[in-house]
Design a protein around this ligand. Structure first.
Ligand code: NDP
Length: 246
């Protein structure tokens, strides 16, 4: 039997990039999947169609991670439509890379609202519905632990906060058998961080493998952490960064 058969997962920011790959992977492992997205309804519906085309079950819900009411409604809708909630993947996030002295307060607020406050809201709502033995998985970043390139002061601060959010929360929900882990990607080729972009050369240079990673390589780790086999892993920061932080 598929390892996530009869499980329901909610992936925030699942219409493109890493989130879309996670949604497809969890569905191929047997989970029914709800994804949220902010703007790109066409891409969200393509992810749903791809999952359905492969014999799985999926829904897409528009909910900006910076809008607490919309996120709460999305969690409720996912549970109402799919019947339960076992896995939350807090993937929605954004980066506005620029030198610190050019970063505005509005840009800092935007990253905090999506990368940190959005996780707070989604996780609080999800825990109201989540079954014992559930999984909460953050998509942090390797720069939440070590910053090797300039331009990421504000972004890395939000991801460092995600790391501690994960560790702290793991202490509060362990009694329910719920694990909380932080998957920390390195440079992954997406619209947010294209392998051919201006910022790519220094990021690739600091990997041990001398390449960008793929969204599927991140999804594979998330799939494992979501699975019953990962039941004794919690409060962990699991880096999938090609050796960037080695
Ligand atoms: P992309 O920009 O390629 O995709 C982002 C996804 O999140 C889209 O589905 C987008 O939907 C959705 N999204 C964006 N903003 C919001 C929002 N406010 N509310 C809800 N959904 C939103 O990003 P990546 O796939 O590269 O990044 C995903 C996560 O991985 C982020 O948390 C990022 O910080 C993290 N990460 C990425 C790395 C990389 O190198 N790519 C490295 C380390 C961490 P829509 O199009 O509808 O707006």
């Amino acid at each position: 039997m598929s390892k996530l058969a009869n499980k329901v997962a909610l992936v925030t920011g699942g219409s493109r990039g890493i989130g879309a790959a996670i949604a497809k992977r969890l569905a191929s492992d047997g989970a029914s999947v709800a994804i949220t997205y902010a703007k790109d309804a066409t891409s969200a519906s393509a992810v749903v169609k791809a999952i359905e085309g492969a014999g799985g079950k999926a829904i897409a819900i528009q909910a900006d991670a910076a809008d607490a009411k919309a996120v709460a409604a999305a969690v409720a809708q996912a549970v109402a439509s799919l019947g339960r909630l076992d896995v939350l993947v807090n993937n929605a996030g954004t980066a506005i890379p620029k030198p610190f002295e050019e970063t505005t307060l509005e840009e800092m607020d935007r990253m905090v609202d999506i990368n940190l406050r959005g996780i707070f809201v989604a996780t609080k709502e999800a825990l109201k519905h989540m079954n014992d033995g559930g999984r909460i998985i953050m998509i942090g970043s390797c720069v939440g632990e070590r910053v090797l390139t300039p331009g990421l002061v504000a972004y890395s601060a939000t991801k460092g906060a995600v790391k501690m959010f994960t560790q702290g929360l793991s202490r509060e929900v362990g009694a329910r058998g719920i694990t909380v882990n932080n998957v920390q990607p390195g440079p992954i080729d997406t619209d947010l961080n294209p392998a051919a972009g201006d910022w790519a050369t220094p990021q690739k240079a600091v990997t041990a493998l001398n390449r960008y990673g793929t969204v599927e390589e991140v999804a594979a780790l998330v799939s494992f952490v979501a699975s019953p086999e990962a039941s004794y892993i919690t409060g962990a920061n699991l880096t999938v960064d090609g050796g960037t932080n080695a």
